[in-house]
Design a protein around this ligand. Structure first.
Ligand code: G16
Length: 549
């Protein structure tokens, strides 16, 4: 069987690549200004179908989103059959297809792919796809659907939903009627699974005061509203920033990325939040979560991905011990260079900790090597993975006391409340609420697990970010040459100083992170390192250091 060249040609002609652009399948798939992405979507539709054929007809996921990016951006990422990110070796195939200059070149790349990857075209191809609430979404989905039509893909439209729900659906579809069944392959199945496990985990605990959720004016608003119905009184939710149809509102002055980078409460929440009340922010596709609260003096306290990891890991370690499984089940942590030095010190005194490059795919793979792998990026993106062996151990273990039995049941319910396919803001939120309920913690006690070093994250717009190359899990620059030595010289002057520079994989910027003992020092170090980057590259004068907080 050969490729349906006529159909592909006819539809490819409708989705021509913009001449001047180069596309790259990066940290989170393709991501750029939405209106430039139509040709990419069409090609991704075909690529997803080929990936499914290569994997014997297993269902592949396609998510159309630009997550934390501003509204004019959009993007697309592929999801492999177990709900994990696309296998890294296929990223370059995606990039090659996206950059084929015209229909002839595209068909050539396709033929080569089919040949070199030995894709059996007679196999079925199945895809499930969804989009977030961005205005550019419907047109891009139409282009994606043309790609499905061109290859004859059996495509299931999951509509407008969150990235983590799409990942859940992919795994649920592929494990349906198997011993590894992940849940019913529907949004209801997801809601039912999470809320049922949550209710079991908090049964008998005092009712929580309401939790405020800043939905970033994104698709998380719809999912959170549905989840709220399933949770009922077990967790009262107050949903804010739910304007999914207001132009320009998505991620604007709200959401997880705003909270993390600005280190302050979204202005739209100020009149709703009372001292001591906990609140959290989702990002535009609900895969990141940031908690925060205001203290009695109205001071803002951020509980980011590092704090979530510390809270959750300690809880799981205690349950493992209480269940009598400390010799069988080893808990480990995965972080990135952005992890606050305070968190790394606290965690590595208690558990094995690994540092990997930014990007969920790196964290996810590293976490799979532990029996229970807790991975969170400081930006609030993360989850907990229980290895198949550990899940079997939990299922088979015979507790010898009632206390062991209770702890074991809690662990089993945790495997259900946690979305193990990918970081999931709503699932992570339930997980945090479980731990807070069990520990009787408010934000204050949680925050006091360790003290964050003051830190600052800034971005510099440079003419060509690809000249920035890193090593040592992105903690050091190897190019441009000599720049790392200048950063080192500067960093040495600050007590507890640490700084690094890396090119973003989702925005056309270079990111600079710095931390130091005192707030003013962390800010100064970040700006001075940004200044070095700027001087090195002749950055865009519109975004001089100091102007992009
Ligand atoms: C994506 C990735 C994350 C990463 C973030 C920022 O998040 O999934 O792993 O931390 O981008 O990446 P970068 O600093 O390279 O731009 P999201 O929430 O935007 O999908």
């Amino acid at each position: 069987m050969s490729l349906p060249i006529d159909d592909i040609r006819r539809l490819a002609d409708l989705h021509q690549k913009p001449r001047h652009l180069h596309f790259q399948y990066g940290t989170a798939g393709f991501r750029t200004i939405g209106e430039n992405l139509e040709s990419v979507m069409f090609k991704v539709g075909i690529l997803a179908g080929l990936r499914s054929k290569r994997l014997d007809g297993h269902t592949i996921g396609v998510m159309v989103t630009a997550s934390h990016n501003p509204e004019p951006d959009n993007g697309v990422k592929l999801v492999d059959p177990r709900g994990e990110m696309l296998e890294a070796s296929w990223e370059s195939h995606a990039t090659a297809l996206a950059n084929a200059a015209d229909t002839d070149a595209f068909i050539e790349v396709l033929k080569n792919l089919v040949k070199t990857l030995k894709i059996d075209l007679s196999k079925p191809s199945r895809v499930v796809y969804a989009r977030d609430t961005r205005p550019s979404g419907p047109a891009l989905v139409a282009a994606l659907e043309d790609g499905f039509t061109a290859l004859g893909v059996e495509a299931r439209n999951a509509g407008v939903t969150t990235t983590p729900i799409l990942h859940y659906l992919v795994r649920a579809i592929n494990t349906k009627s198997t011993k590894d069944t992940y849940g019913d392959d529907s949004v209801e199945g997801y809601m039912q699974k999470l809320s049922t496990a949550f209710k079991k985990l908090v049964a008998g605990k005092p009712a929580s005061p309401p939790l405020i959720i800043d939905c970033a004016n994104g698709v998380g608003a719809e999912a959170a509203a549905t989840l709220s119905k399933y949770l009922g009184e077990s967790l009262p939710l107050i949903l804010l920033n739910t304007e999914t149809t207001t132009p320009g509102a998505l991620n604007h002055a709200c959401g997880a990325d705003f909270v993390k980078t600005q280190q302050k409460i979204p202005p739209s929440l100020s009149s709703h939040i009372k001292a001591g009340q906990r609140a959290c922010s989702l990002d535009g596709d609900a895969d990141r979560l940031m908690y925060f609260y205001l203290d009695d003096r109205s001071q803002f306290h951020m509980l980011d991905g590092d704090k979530i990891a510390a809270l959750v890991a300690a809880f799981i370690v205690d349950l493992v011990k209480s269940a009598g499984l400390e010799n069988e089940v080893r808990v480990g942590i995965v972080q990135t260079a952005y992890a606050n030095g305070g968190s790394t010190k606290y965690l590595s005194e208690r558990l094995p900790v690994r540092c990997v490059p930014t990007g969920v795919k790196h964290l996810h793979h590293a976490a799979e090597r532990y029996d229970v792998g807790v991975y969170f990026e400081a930006n609030g993106h993360g989850t907990v993975l229980f290895s198949p062996e550990t899940q079997a151990t939990l299922a088979e273990h015979q507790p010898s006391t009632p206390a062991q039995s209770t702890a074991l049941n809690h662990l089993i319910n945790l495997t259900q409340v946690i979305n193990q396919t990918v970081g999931d803001a709503l699932s992570d939120m339930l997980l945090v609420e479980v731990v807070l309920a069990h520990r009787s913690y408010s934000g204050v006690e949680w925050d006091s697990l360790y003290v964050d070093l003051p830190n600052r994250l800034v971005k510099v717009v440079v003419p060509d970010r690809s000249i920035f190359k890193t090593e040592d899990a992105e903690r050091r620059l190897v190019s441009p040459s000599g720049l790392q030595a200048r950063i080192d010289d500067l960093t040495r002057k600050y007590e507890a100083g640490r700084a690094f520079v890396r090119p973003s994989g989702t925005e056309d910027v270079v990111r600079v992170y710095a931390e130091a003992r005192l707030r003013a020092q962390a800010d100064e170090l970040a700006y001075r390192v940004a200044g070095l980057v700027y001087d090195e590259t002749g950055g865009d004068p519109a975004t001089r250091p100091g102007e992009f907080l």
